[in-house]
Write a new protein. Sequence first.
Length: 187
Amino acid sequence: MPRAFDVLVAALWLALLSPLIAIAAIAIKVGSRGPVIYRQRRIGRDGEEFEMLKLRTMVQGSDPVGVGKVVTRDDPRVTGAGHLLRRSSLDEIPNLLNVLHGEMAIIGPRPTIPAQVDDYTPRQKRRHEVRPGITGWAQVQGRAGIPWEERIELDVWYVDHRSAALDLRILAKTAWLLLSGHGLAPD
């Protein structure tokens, strides 16, 4: 999709979701010490690093250990508010600010941490030919429920086949997943 589409959608959704963001911020602050926003270095288009923003769902100082460690539903590091935010994917709302800053798009491969990219093959690095997205082909195919290598291959497939029609298909499937709650969070 064109950049103008990303900016328009991000601005609209930030405006619509601002009351929900305020409620989430209060719940995060009441439930645990630390900042409301979690910042993490991620790799974007052309291998450029940027700081991805999310609502904090874990106790402060409990970054996942190791590369690709899945945070399960009953992980003790996840806060009370964090469980709901993760389950509904509301923790991703601040990604819309990354879209406005031009670091992310609405649709594209999810950005990964630098340590993961260090192990990519040249083919896998092709996923950085486009802006990373809030949602993408791999997310609507199974998200964390599919192996890491398969997710990367789905991202490379997206880079090779991206089109407005495919992006609309991804948006529609993302909306269905959000409304139904299917496949949003790992069990």
